[in-house]
Design a protein around this ligand. Structure first.
Ligand SMILES: C[S@@+](CC[C@H](N)C(=O)[O-])C[C@H]1O[C@@H](n2cnc3c(N)ncnc32)[C@H](O)[C@@H]1O
Length: 331
């Protein structure tokens, strides 16, 4: 297997243009390779040709992210709308888009919000996302020497926590948006954790890693953005070692309709405005709240995890079901 592209270490390098640039193109310029495992002058492993051939590397051009109209709004639509097969449509928030277009649009959103992502997370959730990620670690109970793969890992919140709890462990953060990884890499350098972390550009639906390579697979607030969730879960199963564990942290559905209504009022009216005021980007945050509403409920998602082959599948609600943790084992 060709080695996946790793991003370079230089702070602020590789500022990606959100418009019309593929992840591989965005990664390829202006970076110095100083990663733990070295790399080419571009900051990626291997030649451009090797990069393009590497499984899971995004090589297509991402279309510019246009205006995202306000959603028509509907209750979570569950499995039907998530995986409709090849050449079909899928959700981008409340919009129905061609399946092939979604990844580029999601990439556009996260490229645009990357520099403000961490501060916006704190503001939008009042810091509660930190407690949820801590709860994830409590249940996961990382052990020294384990190898973590954190997919859609963005700026590295989960990987940092994992390494903090398991001194001898190592982590790979994989994300399709290079600019999110660059932000995380800068944080890792500031926190002197860089030597235990790898940052890899890749797609959750076609991971650039060998079978049975990791002890733990995490994905936090990432899976609802993935076009074909079944494919991502199948990939999680493939890259885990036998006995390995999957843990997913994702926004979920509140079982109480009154509370769900109150939560909807907050998220649809407040969060896009915060996005405008703090990040100067209302549309990306409108997408985020719409994507939360479209994600399957706890039991439906647990069924998807079981269907991917995982055993001992369980979930725990967080903050009354605003978010949920799902756990499964590759038995
Ligand atoms: C809301 S952020 C979550 C970041 C981090 N895990 C956290 O909990 O703070 C979602 C991330 O998912 C990534 N993402 C979306 N679709 C992806 C895919 N198909 N493959 C890999 N990463 C993806 C985005 O680039 C973005 O960085």
């Amino acid at each position: 297997m060709t080695a996946p592209p790793r991003i370079g270490a230089r702070a602020g390098a590789g500022k990606a243009d959100a418009d019309n640039k593929g992840a591989s193109a965005a990664c390829g310029k202006g970076q110095t390779a100083k990663g733990r495992r070295g790399g080419s002058e571009s900051g990626l492993r291997g030649s451009p040709a090797e990069r393009d051939a590497a499984p899971g590397v995004l090589v297509f051009s991402f279309a510019a992210l246009g205006y995202i109209p306000k959603g028509q709004g509907s209750q979570a639509s569950g499995l039907d709308s998530m995986d409709q097969g090849e050449g079909k449509t899928t959700h981008f928030g409340f919009r129905t888009v061609d399946e092939t277009a979604k990844a580029g649009m999601v990439h556009g959103v996260f490229t645009r919000v990357a520099s403000k992502y961490d501060v916006m997370n704190d503001v939008m959730s009042g810091g509660v996302h930190r407690l949820w990620k801590d709860a994830m670690m409590d249940w996961l109970a990382p052990r020294p020497g384990q190898r973590l793969l954190d997919v859609a890992g963005g700026t590295g919140d989960v990987a940092f926590r994992f390494l903090g709890r398991a001194p001898g462990a190592s982590a790979t953060v994989c994300d399709m948006t290079e600019q999110m990884l660059v932000e995380g890499r800068n944080r890792a350098e500031a926190e002197k954790m860089g030597d235990r972390l790898d940052w890899v550009v890749g797609d959750a639906m076609a991971l650039p890693f060998a079978d049975r390579s990791f002890d733990t697979y995490t994905i936090s607030f990432g899976i609802r953005n993935v076009t074909r969730i079944h494919d991502a879960l199948a990939e999680a199963y493939r890259v885990l070692k036998p006995g390995g564990r999957l843990m997913v942290l994702e926004f979920s559905q509140l079982p109480n309709p009154m509370l769900q209504k109150a939560y909807d009022l907050y998220s649809f009216n407040v969060i896009p405005v915060m996005g405008q005021v703090i990040a100067g980007d209302r549309d990306s945050y409108q997408y985020l709240v719409e994507s939360i509403r479209n994600f399957p409920d706890q039991d439906s998602f647990a069924a998807m995890i079981r269907a991917a082959g995982f055993g001992q599948v369980k979930y725990r609600n967080l903050t009354l079901g605003v978010a949920a943790l799902h756990s499964g084992w590759k038995l």
